[in-house]
Design a binder for this molecule. Structure first.
Ligand SMILES: Cc1cc2nc3c(=O)[nH]c(=O)nc-3n(C[C@H](O)[C@H](O)[C@H](O)COP(=O)(O)OP(=O)(O)OC[C@H]3O[C@@H](n4cnc5c(N)ncnc54)[C@H](O)[C@@H]3O)c2cc1C
Length: 479
């Protein structure tokens, strides 16, 4: 109970017994003992490790008014502007530490959403979802747990609504209602860190129509619930961790399973919505906006690491004083800061909701995510430009330690004389990892929803009438 250390977090994940398949086989050992998954679990572990460092405690730890105890902010739905701002800052801090996705923001984004929407549903229907949620939140906070966001359905034919699909299970749905709970079936794709999480928090992935009642469901269950199957997806470079060689980022990585719900039981006290179709859109807009804000904090922290890698490589290559490279580093830094600035602005413009919780400014959060989608790619291009071609095809560490060719490689891959060749090789590897780890880099584009979803939200949530009014007044046109 209380704030966990990283070691306590790892042991609490070890205590879970999820069903996991990876590379065609069922995992028979604990996920924390598998090097591929452990690198992802370590990234989430950093949210615990950093929170326990004395210099970070003021930022990461606060008192929850709900349980009146100190909690890690990754379990705290925002209840003030200060809390919204802190969300961005902790994400930047952790990403800056791990250089990849730390995987814990999605659970906080679900908690932040449910704190608002369950209250609104109860107000309209006299249901008790908010009571269920508050009990769940107390449990998360008291035990300092990590949640995963089970939002994206596999979706089948994208042109059809959930109820109209040929296979009715293409969106997760309730297949049975019992006295003690519901049984759900379906699959959620790209489940970042589902095995680094104690709880899977499921929300609908899209707006629902009146015929989609069975699909309008939200709940939370432990990640090792019977019937849940985690199928770990491939990511470029994933065998490096299995081989224990050429990892680049020597501590952390990211993985995203597809999560199959094979008729899974959910007790009623863990259900946060069931059939209130018109609230599905609120769930998805609130979640995705919160998540797009989290991304901005996180990705500005990752660009910090990328900038550091570019600058270090310039030192190692003897190019630190070349003015065009300095310009490129400046172009990386301003991209990180505009992303960060946009997310902070979305926090400062946040508003209190009927539940008492705070919600960010959606237009600014979505603007930040559009910016991220394009500018992370540009920052990556600039980092690679500064570093050189060995980001693409560096020989393996095994070649460097080969008795026949190792010394030759070390001789020819040296940069400036005073830097050990081993350090230059390590930095190339890190840059390769940050540029090409597909599970992380592709989340810049599709994570939190694809780019069109951000545009649609921006147009819908912007006050377009006041903009037209301003233009008409200047042109002397009366309304
Ligand atoms: C690395 C990574 C991590 C992720 N982590 C998580 C996670 O932790 N939890 C989670 O729930 N999700 C997660 N996601 C999922 C992410 O939210 C989805 O990938 C995203 O919403 C796009 O869905 P999709 O992949 O099914 O692509 P699609 O929805 O098939 O989109 C492909 C393209 O088709 C367009 N399109 C699709 N349907 C329509 C339509 N009806 N009308 C118009 N255009 C359409 C889209 O705009 C897009 O351009 C992650 C994704 C990635 C890549």
């Amino acid at each position: 109970m209380g704030i966990k250390t990283k070691e306590e977090y790892i042991e609490s994940i070890r205590a879970l017994k999820p069903t996991v398949y990876m590379f065609g086989e069922k995992l028979t050992t604990s996920v924390v003992d598998n090097p591929r998954l452990r690198a992802g679990i370590e990234a989430t572990g950093a949210t615990y490790e950093l929170a326990n460092m004395p210099e970070n405690r003021d930022l990461f730890i606060t008192t929850s008014p709900l349980i009146n105890e100190p909690v890690n902010r990754f379990t705290l739905p925002p209840a003030s502007i200060e809390d919204l701002v802190a969300r961005v800052k902790i994400n930047r801090k952790v990403a800056n530490y791990v250089g990849t996705c730390h995987q814990r923001c999605t659970g906080l984004d679900c908690l932040s959403t449910l704190a608002i929407v369950t209250y609104d549903i109860d107000k309209k229907y006299g249901t008790h979802y908010n009571d269920n949620f508050i009990e769940f939140l107390k449990y998360m906070q008291k035990n300092d747990l990590t949640g995963n966001a089970g939002v994206t359905d596999v979706k089948g034919d994208r042109s059809l609504a959930p109820h109209a699909q040929v296979d009715k299970d293409m969106f997760l749905r309730v297949v049975e209602k019992r006295e003690d709970g519901i049984v759900v079936r379906g699959a959620k794709s790209h489940q970042t860190g589902s095995l680094s999480s104690h709880e899977i928090i499921v929300l609908p992935t899209r707006a629902m129509g009146k015929d989609d009642g069975d699909y309008s469901v939200a709940f939370a269950i432990p990640s090792d619930t019977p019937g849940l199957i985690h199928v770990v997806g491939r990511s470029s470079l994933d065998m490096r961790e299995i081989e224990g060689c050429d990892c680049g980022n020597v501590y952390y990585s990211k993985y995203c399973p597809t999560l199959i719900f094979n008729d899974v039981f959910v007790p009623w006290n863990r259900v946060f919505m069931c059939g209130e179709t018109e609230f599905a859109v609120d769930m998805v807009v609130k979640f995705s906006s919160f998540h797009r804000q989290s991304h901005g904090g996180c990705k500005s922290g990752k660009i910090d690491c990328m900038t550091g890698a570019a600058l270090t490589m310039m030192d190692y290559n003897g190019t630190a004083k070349m003015s065009h490279l300095k310009q490129k580093v400046i172009d990386m830094i301003h991209r990180a800061e505009t992303l960060y600035g946009c997310c902070l602005a979305s926090s400062y413009e946040g508003k209190q909701q009927p539940s008492g919780n705070y919600f960010i400014d959606t237009v600014l959060a979505n603007a930040s995510k559009i910016h991220e989608g394009k500018e992370m790619a540009e920052a990556t291009r600039l980092m690679i430009d500064c570093a050189g071609g060995y980001v693409a095809d560096l020989p393996s560490d095994r070649d460097f330690s080969n008795p026949e060719i190792g010394d030759l490689l070390k001789k020819y891959l040296k940069g400036v004389d005073k830097i050990p060749v081993e350090d230059r090789v390590k930095m190339f590897r890190l840059i390769e990892k940050m540029a090409m780890e597909s599970a992380d880099t592709i989340s810049d584009i599709h994570g939190g929803g694809s780019a069109e979803a951000h545009r649609v939200t921006i147009f819908r949530e912007s006050d377009t009438e006041s903009k037209k009014k301003a233009a008409k007044r200047l042109a002397g046109i009366k309304d």
